[in-house]
Design a protein around this ligand. Sequence first.
Ligand code: AMP
Length: 282
Amino acid sequence: MLIFNNKADLNKHLQSQLKENFTIGFVPTMGALHQGHLSLLMKSLENNSITVISIFVNPTQFNNPEDLKKYPRTLESDVEKIKTISNKIIVYAPSVEDIYEGNTKSEHYNFDGLENQMEGKFRPGHFDGVGTVVKRLFEIVKPTNAYFGEKDFQQLQIVKKLVEKEKISVKIIGCPIFREENGLAMSSRNERLSKEERNKAAIIYKTINQAKALFGTKSAKEVTEFVTKTFLNHPEFELEYFEIANQDTLLTCIRKNKNKKYRAFIAVFVNKIRLIDTISLN
Ligand code: AMP
């Protein structure tokens, strides 16, 4: 399996592969791979001549230094997991220097307000970091198609906006959320939960499903109150936000409009570990 640690070698290899109708599928990740990441890789493998995965814990998208420090880094086992689906996948696992060339700072972006909602509100600078690294990775890999999970739905919308605004020639493909048996959305951060916490965290998906059912007859405000109350009854969880928002603009739903599509978004702390999830309400 080919593993590159620097962009020059990766570029040289990708250039050598160029043929007519050649397509590059790209899956950017921060590693500590799970089935969710692998499902993105499978989709890319099905539809492209070559699949590249990047494994890079991007420092500029972390607003919390402790979170960055504790983020799992498991390159060896990640490579083993990738091998189980194909040994033709190309791994790009760069250093911070290879991506940032001595200037570990974000660009500043205007994503037409998408960046000011939810994750943007609670993680200042997060989407500038995401935009910066995704743009650099796209410049390096030059993918035809890039695969992003709906688990980070706001990120998916922001990446689409980045591509539109920066006129980057790549198709962004959103992929469904992969879940554990109890419904908990798979996440690299789940590794940091104890077995008991992992079991209990099933309440996140259960609650957003209940919210979805309620949204059929209740207002967004009433549904939000229900979710807030549910988590107050489970003090081992700290609800950071629950929001019902327009799927396209990500603006909070004040009054339902039956021609618009809505989604519920949630962020919850379990023992200082931050978990997010989302569900379509239509
Ligand atoms: P991360 O390594 O957390 O930055 O995630 C890399 C990519 O995998 C992002 O596009 C995520 O949205 C996606 N992803 C993470 N968790 C899941 C999941 N449970 N199901 C589907 N995609 C996911």
